[in-house]
Design a protein around this ligand. Sequence first.
Ligand SMILES: [Ca+2]
Ligand SMILES: [Ca+2]
Length: 361
Amino acid sequence: MVAAEEKQEQAGGESYHNHHMGTIFKKGFSFSGFERDMLKLSMGDGSYLDISGISGVDSISDGRGAVFADFDNDGDSDIFLVSAQRKAHYLFRNNVGSDRHFLRVELEGRSGGRDAFGAIVRVHTAHGIQTKVKAGGSGFLSQHDPRLLFGLGDETEVARLEVAWPGGESLTLTDLPIDTTIRLTEGQNGFQRVAPPSGTLPDPLGDREEMLARLGIRPGATFPRLELRDLGGQPRSLEATLRPGRKMLLNVWATWCTPCAVEIPELVHLYPELTAAGIDLVGLSVDVDPAADVQGYVARQGMEYPVLMTDSDSLDILYPNGEATVPLTLLLSDQGQVLEIYSGWSKRSAAALEALVKSGS
Ligand SMILES: [Ca+2]
Ligand SMILES: [Ca+2]
């Protein structure tokens, strides 16, 4: 009886997760993402500057835990943020203080565990005293860099460092190096220099790299085989639509896409010129909602070029991350090889398409 109730409860819990929170996140909706992510810069005089937007940390994703650590050991704290909806999380590289000084302190406890939780470290400089307490972590499911990082700014000298160990002992050190890591062990005098491995964090993706990261297609590769239909619902393959000696400009669009509504009239206008330049214009609608009136849209826009339709399995191939970004325009060779990818609709993409016509392909 108890087991049956437990099972029911488990099933209920699973169902809640799968059909409520899970669905919200899978569909890309944000649960608490509109709560702003705050990052403040200490001005050193007791005031703080809000740098949430300019630093890039404020995103509309659902953050579920942030870790503060100097991942590249260059003397400034970087941030790793776990996002609930995206398959990708965020790693924010700190570029602000690369030319500033620091002292990093590792602590090894003896009286109450190696972590020395509860130890208090004070660093004295001409600018004043900085105090840090060695703690296990804070925030939701997060544990930060166990090493204590003291930012020194322009200061090149640490006059004194004091440690109050959890066991009650204390230690005072002078003649300290800077821009390095030192290790202090409870019950021992002096310090050891530590050389943490140096590393570099990757540069952020550029617009094009970010666009390609979302797509299941690569320039130079063959366009994937998709199950397509024509507007009458008859199966059609893209391969059969390719014609020897001619390129294809495949415009991926949707009825719900606002920039597509600006781009499609431009394409309709360019259609005769593209055809004359040896480029066959083909539309590919990614509308998967059966209620979407693709035929009506095509008629209203005067799209006289062939338009194909896709299904959700094909969408997963085109957009493995589950985010269909349209418009997307591809130039294909007569063998179906992807020659060029134009993402979104902008003056730049319009100019690129016009240049394509002028170049006579
Ligand atoms: Ca760093
Ligand atoms: Ca840095």
